[in-house]
Write a protein that binds this ligand. Sequence first.
Ligand SMILES: [Zn+2]
Length: 243
Amino acid sequence: MAANRLWQALGRWPWVVLVTVMLGASGPILLAEGKPAAGTTLGGRVIVVDPGHGGVDGGAYHNSAAEKDIVLGVSLELGRLLTQAGARVIYTREGDYDLSGLGPDAGLRERLLADLKRRAGIGNGPGVDVFLSVHANEFPSPYWHGSQVFYNARGHPDSRRLALRIQQELVRIAGYTEREINEQVEVYLMEQVRVPIVTVELGFMSNPDELRRLRDRDYQRRLAWAVFVGTAKYFAEGPFQQR
Ligand SMILES: [Zn+2]
């Protein structure tokens, strides 16, 4: 993480954010008693990183690419950045499996519901500050493209601000979207998780150019970096609202 890249990414944001992110990322401070540095933007924050789908549930498929693989790649990179900055990251999954805990005889529907319940349970676990759910989109037309962040207006009042900060960085850093945040209703996790939660739709797998990007490691890193910076800015703002 070169300083000039950090500077570039943070742009005109107050330099105090830059300093706090860098402090959080520096080894000695993180290593002290194994705890993140107090007072850093992300230090001590508990962040759930939720790569959508997994195992028998591949999510969207397009030209032999599976959503579950793309979102896992970006999520692991995102988690790495957050951890470096002092946050405590809880992944809902770190490999290609589902969370249902059910045997191979279980039906898909039963499996999916059990999986989502486990994810929601993780989100509502002790001390969790925010929940970042990572997905990729698909649409019948190949025309649509661009990352987009969703929130639920009925959920935690800070969800919208979290979505906004991440969307702004996706526009600025990932550079392949002009989309704006939108509401997402009647999605199980968005309804059940009580802390600020967003769904980051990384892009449209149905758009050939975007699918090529989504499968590219460098572009995946840029997406992760954008979500990371947006989340850091969200925490830098405070104070936070209660649900
Ligand atoms: Zn999905």
